[in-house]
Design a protein around this ligand. Sequence first.
Ligand code: PXP
Length: 242
Amino acid sequence: MRLGVNIDHVATVRNARRTFEPDPVYAAILAQMAGADQITLHVREDRRHVNENDLKRIIETVHIPVNLEMAPTEEMKNIALSYRPNRITLVPEKREEITTEGGLDVVSLKGFLKGYLKPIKEAGIEVSLFIDADLNQIKASVEVGADAIELHTGPYAEAWNSFNWKKVEEELSKLRLAAKFAKSLGLRVYAGHGLTYHNVKPITQIEEIEELNIGHSIVANAVLLGFEKAVKEMLKLLKERI
Ligand code: PXP
């Protein structure tokens, strides 16, 4: 199973101070060196974390595929066609949300998406749609010409976080069924959102899922795993006092 590392929240920390560190490009290089299969990033309308300059620098720097998550807007289409990531993943986007809340409603957007995706597909960019584990959304994804879907694991992760094991099992069943159905229709199947070191294992057991995209939990662990070292480095400078 492949791992796409989402580096958005490295940029969240950078942007908290409107400074240059930590640079998400460094994080992308380190992820690549650690063996990640892909770098994933979400350029949002409000640029609250990464921006198109980060996208450009990451594409120029890393040697693993880059997956751009984006809302289906004209602005984002132009960004995708200018910078040419290996893949785009269409996600719904609401300005006031903390993170992506639900899957894209491909059923309602079917007519629009066919035209929207045409130039992106013609540019040779793989198209993935971030959707809920819903069979109608999967059928519609095939109809609009998607190459792949990314199943939204958020409801599963939320059930896990609230220790609602019955709901965890229900969500897992939906994900299993959706993954099987999508694969049988010829779609590549990815998944992501809300996955952590604690809840990822059952998802890895779903054999149709080729790839997971994980961000927040990896960044959160990176902060803690590196904290002691970072404090020691600063103490060293203070103690040297030269
Ligand atoms: N996949 C998609 C489509 C997303 O929108 C996100 C969040 O940007 C992720 C995966 C990663 O989610 P998380 O940060 O919760 O691991």
